[in-house]
Design a protein around this ligand. Structure first.
Ligand code: GLU
Length: 417
């Protein structure tokens, strides 16, 4: 039997991380089994569904690389639902009041979940439940069952919050004589405080992560580990490796904690893998227009300390704009007890000397060796960058050029006065 999975988002908000995670698991499973992955927009709720959310979902999934083999929209399938609704009405398994109720046989429903094992529900409590507002307007449970059948979905892999929906859907399935797909309910994504991930915990939508400069490869890698455990300790996975190694058997039951530090770390790893050319293209939205040669030099320097591309806005600022800093910062931290007038005189002496030696870095270096490396190079670096942490002064000067470097050192001399 062909593996066919689906992601069935309702376009009532931007692509949520949880939906992206579920989509990814479905996509991985389908690709692993040379099956099909289906995107189905569940827009039966007319009031809350919006085309801009559908667009965001489609673009987000595409950006993550979870490509689909089929696309469906529930609002275009009314005739199909009508046909099956009529079947239930004709056979007396559903009835019209002002709405359409499903006639619940009220029995125990048992199903096997690939992650959770056997699950049993007594559906007596549910009573007869509503499956359509009218012939034209079916509701979620009914539409899902019809679509999963019509689209020959073999595996329903979805969030744990849908477990309690499953018995209702099974009852409808059986009333229509449909086969049962294999179910797998993925654990919830939790914030660091172990409550369900929500706005309180920070960004929730894929677009926010994209805008902050997370790379899709990093997000895919990260999301794949939210609820799935690889065999060994390995944490960095390419898509191809994920397709090979992913398995529902190694999916966890308990909630998966979202650790932003881990995402940042992974993203940094992927950033460092990028060529300067690729990084340049990716960084443009964060850096604005400047000359590419300069940008590449900056990226080569800053690459090692970036966690996300938006960090560049801050990290690269001093290459474009003369930095502001306090006099105290010019004083080398290694020399506790400095900061007296004489000490500042000494720093001035060093900086003046450097302006004479520039651009000969060998000469500056031998001067620094003689006078004390930290005592010469620290104030030089601060004069250039205005920062406590930055790449080394020679690397910065290489980007700034002689003229701008001298200008900044002279500014430092003014700050010291
Ligand atoms: N439309 C449902 C949702 O967005 C998904 C239904 C399902 O996966 O069965 O939660």
């Amino acid at each position: 039997m062909e593996v066919r999975t689906r992601i069935a988002p309702s376009p009532t908000g931007f692509l949520h991380l949880g939906t992206a995670r579920t989509a990814l698991f479905n996509w991985l499973f389908a690709r692993q089994h040379q099956g099909k992955f289906i995107l189905r927009i569940e827009d039966t709720d007319k009031e809350r569904s919006r085309p801009e959310f559908e667009k965001d979902i489609v673009e987000g999934l595409r950006w993550l690389g979870a490509d689909w083999d089929e696309f469906h929209r529930q609002s275009e399938r009314i005739e199909i639902y009508k046909k099956y609704l009529k079947k239930l009405l004709d056979s007396g398994q559903a009835y019209f009041s002002d709405v359409v109720h499903f006639k619940n046989p009220g029995r125990k429903v048992r199903f096997h979940d690939s992650i959770r094992g056997e699950i049993e529900f007594d559906t007596k409590e549910l009573g007869d439940f509503i499956i359509a507002k009218s012939e034209e307007e079916v509701l979620y449970h009914f539409a899902v069952v019809v679509d999963d059948f019509e689209m020959k979905i073999s595996h329903v892999i979805r969030g744990e919050d849908h477990i309690s929906n499953t018995p209702r859907q099974i009852l409808i399935q059986e009333a229509l004589g449909f086969p049962r797909p294999q179910y797998a309910h993925l654990p919830l994504i939790l914030g660091p405080d172990r409550t369900k991930l929500s706005k309180r915990h920070g960004a929730e939508s894929v677009r926010e992560y994209k805008e902050a400069g997370y790379l899709p490869e990093a997000l895919v890698n990260f999301l794949s580990l939210l609820g799935w455990h690889p065999k060994d300790e390995k944490e960095i996975f390419s898509k191809e490796e994920l397709i090979k190694e992913f398995s529902l058997e190694r999916a966890q039951k308990g909630g998966a904690v979202f650790d932003i530090k881990k995402l940042e770390w992974l993203n940094g790893e992927y950033i460092r893998e990028k060529s300067l050319e690729d990084l340049l293209e990716l960084s443009r939205p964060y850096l604005g227009q400047t000359d590419d040669e300069k940008l590449k030099k900056i990226l080569a320097l800053e690459k090692t300390r970036l966690n996300k591309l938006s960090d560049l806005r801050e990290a690269a600022l001093y290459f474009f704009k003369e930095p502001e800093y306090s006099k105290e910062l010019l004083s080398p931290p290694a020399r506790a007890g400095w900061k007296g007038t004489e000490d500042y005189q000494l720093i001035k002496k060093h900086l003046k000397k450097i302006t004479e030696l520039l651009p000969d870095s060998d000469k500056i270096m031998s001067y620094a060796e003689k006078e004390g490396r930290g005592e010469v190079l620290w104030p030089l670096r601060v004069a250039l960058s205005g920062r406590k942490n930055s790449p080394g002064p020679f690397e910065i000067m290489e980007v700034l050029g002689k003229e701008e470097s001298i200008k900044r050192i002279k500014h430092a001399l003014e700050v010291l006065d």
